[in-house]
Every structure is written in C-alpha cells, then in structure tokens.
Write a protein that binds this ligand. Structure first.
Ligand code: ZN
Length: 137
C-alpha cells in the first residue's frame, strides 16, 4: 500500500506536504495548459501552413489540462480527507501517530456513489503522545 508505506517511512506531515506540492504542480500545469490552448486557439488559421501543429497543441494542451485538473482534485481530496482526521481527539496532537493497521475502503454503494469518506484505505492509528487510537478517514 503506497499511502501507508509513504506515511510510515516519511511521517504524516511529510506525506501531507508532498501531497500538497504534487497537487499544486498539477494545478499549475492545468493553468499553463489553459494559457497554451487559449493562445493557440486565438492564432489558429486553418489555411495557414502550420495549422496541423496548432490544432495538435490545442488538443494536446486540452487533454493534458483536463488530466492535470482531475489529478489535482483527486490528490487534494485524499489529502484533505486524511488531514482532517490527523489530530488526536484526546490530546490535540497533530500528525503524531503511528499506523497500526489498514484496509481497503468499503465497497461502493449499490447506486454506484462512493460515500464521501471512502477516498482511500482506512487506517487504524495510535497517538504517539497519549496512546489514543482512532480510525482514519
Ligand atoms: Zn493523543
């Protein structure tokens, strides 16, 4: 499990920080793609000799921009979900826990909609400061 290994080796703070950096890199990529698509679409002339290259830039930039936007949303959703459950309810220590156990998220509801909390595996954690245990997300 990549998420659990990453949290165990780096700690939750580093994992969370990396999620935010990676997510925002995707956001910047999406923004740059929007600029590229807008600039190329504005200059697009189907009768000009380089029209195929400009069309390829518009389509490629659009696809990469959409992919980047989806990755940004997915990464930030996971980071926010686990980040919201990373404070010990007993002593208030933030991100000072060890992962004891983990498992797959519950299966999707019959309608196909995932519950809001099921963005990743559940983690059973224990506070390093006071020993309190809880389950994330
Ligand atoms: Zn605690």
């Amino acid at each position: 499990m990549d998420l659990v290994d990453s949290i165990r080796t780096r700690g939750f703070r580093k994992w969370y920080e990396r999620q935010l950096v990676e997510g925002h890199l995707y956001l910047v990529t999406c923004f740059l793609c929007m600029i590229l698509v807008a600039a190329c679409a504005e200059q697009l002339d189907f009768r000009a000799p380089g029209a195929a290259a400009a069309i390829a830039l518009v389509v490629g930039g659009g696809i990469l921009g959409l992919y980047s936007w989806q990755r940004y949303q997915a990464i930030m959703t996971v980071a926010e979900c686990y980040g919201g459950h990373s404070t010990c309810a007993q002593c208030g220590a933030y991100a000072r826990f060890e992962v004891l156990d983990w498992g797959d998220p519950p299966p999707a509801a019959p309608s196909g909609a995932q519950p809001a909390a099921a963005v990743g595996p559940w983690l059973k954690v224990r506070c390093r400061k006071c020993g309190n245990g809880w389950t994330m997300p």
